[in-house]
Design a protein around this ligand. Sequence first.
Ligand code: NAD
Ligand code: ZN
Length: 279
Amino acid sequence: MTSRPGERERARDLLASAGRVLILTGAGISAESGVPTFRGASGLWRNFRPEELATPEAFVRDARLVWEWYGMRREAISRCEPNVAHLAIAEWQLRDTNVGLATQNVDGLHADAARTARRPHAASDADGSEPHGRLLELHGAIFRSMCASCGIRSDHREPIDASSLATLPRCSSCAGLLRPDVVWFGESLDPIILERAFRWAEEADVCLVVGTSAVVQPAASLATVTRDTGGAIIEVNPERTPLTSVATVSIRDTATSMVPAIVPTLPPSGRPPGSASKI
Ligand code: NAD
Ligand code: ZN
């Protein structure tokens, strides 16, 4: 890993002086919690590529196979915990309302970290699922399901029995087949979530990009929107990505060693909560 000397300090200074920040995360931030990335060595499952299983066509063709894969992923993720990078971000969001987070991950570890960070303030943790209101799960959540017939969404943590079509989870209101509430390849992102994410990107002074290969659109373009509207991009990734050449600072390191080292640890000073400096 080769990052230029002083880049950590530059990143820290940029973040400390930013009025508004958007953090964009991908599978790499959860890799050190034990959640495999798609493009890593363990990305393949029984010779299927995720692009062949995480599609509406695959679900129509063989819902049992798709649920078997998701059941296996859910089981693996349920054994994982947020790491120090998730926690540093969650605590930063608690201290500073000008920090937004858009994640491509479906593992729920940012929401878990937010609940952990908020535990001392539990009395005000009213809705539980999205404690900050500034966590945008761009690609959905693997522990939520959506009815393929009536569209109702619900939290869904029970183990999946994918031994046959008859044992797959069903909707409690219309008995339709449930599907994971994640955005599959070829599907559109929720327009409300996407609109909020792009607004954050436009208003952000810095977009901090952690652990994404930056090839899945439109998520990757959030960072370039920040740059195109006069902000900076900070990238943390052990590998180069398409964003590396346009980033203001690009740090070749892992999320757990770098994120806690660069996020501001003091509360924002000199500006009222909720104010943005770049509009
Ligand atoms: P990706 O798998 O394409 O890329 C992961 C990136 O993380 C790579 O650039 C890699 O160099 C980097 N990385 C690996 N280890 C790292 C570490 N320790 N610290 C920092 N960076 C590290 O991931 P993506 O860009 O998020 O795109 C994958 C798509 O698949 C997303 O749409 C996502 O929804 C889905 N996905 C989600 C999960 C999850 O929820 N955890 C896991 C796999 C895939
Ligand atoms: Zn239904």
